[in-house]
Design a binder for this molecule. Structure first.
Ligand SMILES: CC(=O)SCCNC(=O)CCNC(=O)[C@H](O)C(C)(C)COP(=O)(O)OP(=O)(O)OC[C@H]1O[C@@H](n2cnc3c(N)ncnc32)[C@H](O)[C@@H]1OP(=O)(O)O
Ligand SMILES: O=C([O-])CC(=O)C(=O)O
Length: 377
């Protein structure tokens, strides 16, 4: 076992192989995270998110012509069906945006059903194009009373999301930060939401069911929901000293600090250094003199007190905040990206399928004699 691998065992299926994948390694070579053999830092610094989506979904990096054609296809898929708009308009403003994503995905599955697995790539592309439109249409309608036009020629998915949510053309800096973020979140082997998607896929159900299950799984604060939970926490403090006192109090009460620790990595999450650099850059551009410094202090205190490191979610919180993205929309961005990993895993599961059905260690009572209802107390 290498130094960067965590000792694995115990509850939560930790350390048990639940299948094989050609998509991703976590905690193994290079910085520890690879997509189809490419190191995450190479991808995050050189690639466009659409290139990474193509790599995950179709199996290899696209040529220039293939990438251009792929992006053109995704742009052409941005129109929301009227029936989906009608459903989104019924969802109240105080709904959680992850619930909106789940409902939006599920409704699309009614309108544009996957009749045959040969349609799987096309259905995944449609979802990739439409998930930002789903959340932004609902958000702008429910919060601002505006029915936005979701067809837009903004070249990248990250830029498209920013334009839809703010109503303004994003700066190049924000477009690049979103591109990096979407690459970092795209895929992560057998994490909880991906495993949900694979379990679903193993019953030979449709793609929308698999993605809906995955969205529901990602929503929790121990998984993707940690980025918004981290933001809520960071915003409670006015200074780094206050943050330090706050963290110490949380640790004393044995509370979990969101955005720290990981089920597989032991020493660091290779995505942290990349998103932290973006958070710092965006803090300067947003003239922030508080939140980035608070985050850095929290990171140092967690290291000192618990030897725990920031995971992918922690500095994503302030990076998104500095771009003006509302906190409740943080985890839906994760969905827009992870859709690529989820769908690629569904395709992989379907290609070599056996229904996923583990066993359990029974800890209930031994044989009990039947008791007629009149005799029970
Ligand atoms: C993109 C992602 O999904 S990344 C994960 C996002 N989730 C979070 O940030 C939520 C906060 N973190 C956690 O809850 C956990 O670290 C998880 C869920 C990510 C991993 O859980 P596990 O694999 O069970 O953690 P692990 O075995 O390393 O825990 C070891 C000890 O550290 C503690 N610990 C782990 N993470 C934290 C944390 N964030 N804050 C405080 N204590 C923690 C555990 O409670 C455990 O203590 P114990 O031995 O006294 O019970
Ligand atoms: O791998 C995990 O358990 C969680 C995670 O970091 C991810 O899904 O990106």
């Amino acid at each position: 076992m290498s130094a960067t691998q965590k000792a694995l065992g115990g509850e939560g299926l930790r350390g048990q192989s639940a299948g094989s994948t050609a998509l991703c390694t976590v905690g193994k070579t290079g910085t520890g995270l690879t997509y189809r053999g490419y190191d995450i830092s190479d991808l995050a610094t050189n690639a466009e998110f659409e290139e990474v989506a193509y790599l995950l979904l179709k199996g290899s990096l696209p040529t220039k012509a293939e990438l251009a054609a792929y992006k053109t296809k995704l742009i052409s898929y941005r129109g929301l069906p009227m029936a989906l708009k009608v459903v989104l308009e019924q969802i109240p403003a105080d709904a959680h945006p992850m619930d909106v994503m789940r409902t939006g995905c599920s409704m699309l599955g009614n309108l544009e059903q996957e009749h045959d697995f040969v349609e799987e790539y096309d259905k995944a592309d449609r979802l990739l194009a439409l998930l930002p439109a789903i959340i932004c249409y609902w958000y702008r309608y429910s919060h601002h009373g505006v029915r936005i036009e979701t067809y837009c020629e903004q070249d990248s998915i990250g830029g498209y999301f920013l334009e839809m949510v703010t109503g303004k053309t994003p700066s190049e800096l924000h477009r690049q930060a979103m591109n990096c973020s979407l690459i970092l979140y795209a895929e992560h082997e057998f994490n909880a939401s991906t495993f949900s998607a694979r379990v679903c896929a193993s019953t030979l159900t449709d793609l929308y069911s698999c993605i809906t299950a995955a969205i529901g799984t990602l929503r929790g604060p121990l998984h993707g929901g940690a980025n918004e939970a981290a933001m809520d926490m960071i915003e409670c403090w006015q200074t780094p000293d206050e943050a330090e006192a706050g963290i110490l109090a949380m640790l004393a009460k044995k509370e979990k600090v969101m955005g720290f620790g990981h089920a597989i990595y032991r020493e660091s999450d290779p995505r942290n250094v990349l998103i932290k650099a973006w958070s710092e850059k965006l803090a300067k551009q947003a003239n922030d003199a508080v939140l980035y410094d608070i985050s850095v202090r929290v990171e140092a205190v967690m290291k000192r007190e618990k030897s725990l490191f920031a995971n992918a979610d922690f500095f994503h919180a302030t990076a998104y905040h500095f771009m003006g993205i509302p906190t409740r929309l943080f985890t839906p961005i994760f969905v827009m990206s992870r859709l690529t990993g989820w769908a690629a895993h569904v395709f992989e599961q379907r290609a070599h399928n056996r229904i996923i059905r583990p066993s359990a260690d029974y800890i209930g009572p031994e044989h009990q004699d039947w008791l007629p209802i009149e005799q029970r107390r």
